[in-house]
Design a protein around this ligand. Sequence first.
Ligand code: AMP
Ligand code: MG
Length: 407
Amino acid sequence: MRSVDEHLAAILSSLTPAASQTVSLAESLGLVVAGDVVARVDLPGFDNSSMDGYAVQSVSLAGAAARPVTLSLVGEVAAGDAPTVSVGKGEAVRIMTGAPMPEGADAVIAVEDTDGAATGSVECRAEAPVGRFVRRRGEDVAAGSVVVRAGDVVGPRTVALLAASGHATVDVVPRPHVVVLSTGAELVEPGQPLGPGQIHDSNSSMLWAAATRAGATAEIRSAVGDTDEELLAVVDEVVGVADAVVTSGGVSMGAYDVVKSALRSEGVDFVQVAMQPGKPQGFGFLAGPGGRAVPLFALPGNPVSSYVSFEVFVRPALRRLMGHADPVRPTRRAVLTSGLRSVAGRRQLARAVVTTGADGTLVAEPVAGQGSHFVADLSRANALLVIAEDTTEVGAGEVVDAILLDD
Ligand code: AMP
Ligand code: MG
C-alpha cells in the first residue's frame, strides 16, 4: 500500500502550472499572478488635497489660531479639474478632496477651521503647516516600481492596486476546466424519481462544487452505467475539453468496477492508499488531442470517500495547476471533545465540527456517523481530523491536527 504522502507527492510532482494568460481584472479574482507587475503611474499621480478646504501658502496663516486671518478667494478647484489659478500670499483657492493643488499653495486648511465662504474672502481660524492635508505625488507608489509580484494571489486589494496603477488586465495562471463524471448503473439525476435499487447521484454535484470552490471551472457529465464501452466513449469525448477529469465510483474490488477495468489500459494507475476513507485511488494521464496529457483522478464512489479523496488529492492538484506555491491546506491544532478509534496502518481523516472555544483554541467534535455513506454527517462537518497511521486511538481532551474545509 502507498502512503497518503507518497500518493500526493506522485500526483503533485507530475503536474506543472498551466501557461499564463492575460485576463481582465474582473476575471482575475483568486488567480495566481504569473509575473511581476510594474506601476504605470505615480500614486498619487499629482499633489492633491486630502480635505475639503482652502489651498493656501502656509505663511499666510501664521498666528491664525490665536487671531483669525482673512484671505482673499481667488478661485476654486474640484476633483477632476486642472487648476488655472495660482495662490499667492494672503490668497486662498477653495479646494475639494482629491483636487490638484494649485501652483503656489503648500498647505490646505480644512473647511471646518474656516467660515466656509464660497466667494469673496474666507476667514481662517487655524494655522496650516507646510504639507498639511496635502497628498504628495508618488508618496504611495513610484511609477516603474513593482506593485504586485509573481506568485501573489489576486484579491480585492490586489485589483484595487492594479487598477490604480494603470492596469486593466493582468497575466495570471488560468483556472483549469474540470469535467466531473460519475459511474454507476444505480445512479439517477437529482430530482428524478427513483426506481428499485436506484439512488440519486450526489457525487457529481459535490465534486463540481468542490472543484469550483478550489478555483477551477467545472462541468458535470451525465453519469454513465457500468460498462467499459459507455465509459470509454464519454472519456474520449471529455479529454477534448477537460484540463482535468474527476470520476467517482467503480474503482474498488466489485464485479462491475468499470473505471478500473476500462481505464487501466488508458494510462491510469490504480493503487491502494493507506487511508480511511478513500483506500482505492486511480490517477494517471489520458492522451488528449494534440498530444495534450489530461490528468484523471478516479475516486471511490462512496460519497464520503469521494469527498475526502478530493480534498486530499484533487484539490492540491488543481491548486498546483493554478500555480499556487503551497497547494495543500494547512492543518490547525484542535482539542477533541470525544475519543476516536483508528485502523492501524491507515491515516484516518475523520469528519468533525470544529468551533473556536472561549479562549480562542479550536475544539473538534467528531461527527457521529464515521461510515463512508453518512452524507448528512459529512454535510454538517467543517473539518477533517488527521489521525496518524500509527495511532489506533485518541482520547477526549487530546490535541489532533485538523484541516478546516471552508476557508
Ligand atoms: P462504487 O465505488 O462504484 O462501488 O460505489 C460505492 C458506493 O457509493 C455504492 O454504494 C454506490 O451506490 C455509491 N455511489 C457511487 N457513485 C455515487 C454517486 N455518484 N452518488 C452517490 N453515491 C454513489
Ligand atoms: Mg459503482
